[in-house]
Design a protein around this ligand. Sequence first.
Ligand SMILES: *Cc1c(COP(=O)(O)O)cnc(C)c1O
Length: 427
Amino acid sequence: MNKKQSIDLEFDKNHIWHPYTSMTNPSPVYPVTHANKHYIYLEDGTELIDGMASWWSALHGYNNPHLNDALINQMHKMSHVMFGGITHQSAVELCKRLVNITPNSLDKVFLADSGSVSVEVAIKMALQFWLSQGIHGKNKLMAPAKGYHGDTFAAMSVCDPVNSMHSLYQGFLPQHIFVNAPKSRFHGEFSLSEVEHLEQKFRRHHHEIAAFILEPIVQNAGGMNFYHPEYLKHVRRLCDQYHILLIVDEIATGFGRTGKLFACEHANIEPDIMCIGKALTGGYMTLSATLTTNKVAFGISEGEAGVLMHGPTFMGNPLACAVANQSIDLLLANDWQFEVERIERALNKGLSTLKQIDGVADVRVLGAIGVVEMIDPVDVADIQKSMIKQGVWLRPFGKLIYVMPPYITPTEDIARICHAIGNAINS
Ligand SMILES: *Cc1c(COP(=O)(O)O)cnc(C)c1O
């Protein structure tokens, strides 16, 4: 084989779908040959500072020797073995860690293959729980507008109806009850009118609602909103009052990204069901988990079916579990909180001056997440070209240019990312 075989971009363009793209008018893709630490390398040798952590997942950056070793060691034992009727050390160790680090009342773990699937499982848990209690008719979900929970059908049905284009799948997609998106900002005042609205919705619909699902504190794909912890507290209270389960989707926010290990800790609440994914394996492999309480787990198990009706082929994949164990150990050993606060300060410093630029609507930072919201939608291809010229990898969407770098990114490289955003907007 050629030592320097180039990536066949023509084939890619003609045959391969990328996320949310057209086959007749595909947006440009950049050929990447390798990645190391917080850098991504293009085929032509260009080194890019990674501002995306591969969509929230690569906490420790790329090609980490500890994570690599965990995978290689596991591979020499077994890469995969079915989880039906079999168990193994990596899965047991992972679930021990997950039970330990998530809120106290979460005690039972279901391992699934992607974030969307963990949401599907969470929904099944909620539906099966109420059936097991002999309560019928609780077969809808309630969710705030502007949420994002994945692209499979049940997950999509609780995403923002406009953003995720529910209209395309009308007649097929289940209909749920939406409440207004949380409005009060994380660092701002909490508006009691939000509570009135929630109370009204809960009062009116509780008998048909199995669970309330939301992203705690950060609504990501629906607009990168950082909302007030009081909102989450009131949702928890109303769920208790009206016998509705609370599902928190921590797939993006989990593992320290917002400054707490899990974002629901900002509000000091515990959910009945929690979904995690993305950063679970440090960005190495796809793996997710749905955790729940004894009450829900025992309820399901004593109910009509007696079992939770889900079991993916690659459930508990040993490679994914092994790398997840190592990623969690590394995170906890590395004083992640210090690193996230350091990045938060650097983002605040680097992005705050962009507020004055024409066309910028808002700048906000929470934990290791920085957002520049424009007044109008940005031209993704244009901005990306400008960023790459400046040695930075970002992928904006809609009106949002946002940053969530690996926690290992040095402060001066955070500054370079912010500077590059300023230049891209100005030009
Ligand atoms: C990414 C994401 C999902 C979906 O996870 P996939 O692994 O892409 O299926 C669900 N919920 C939230 C909050 C996410 O950020």
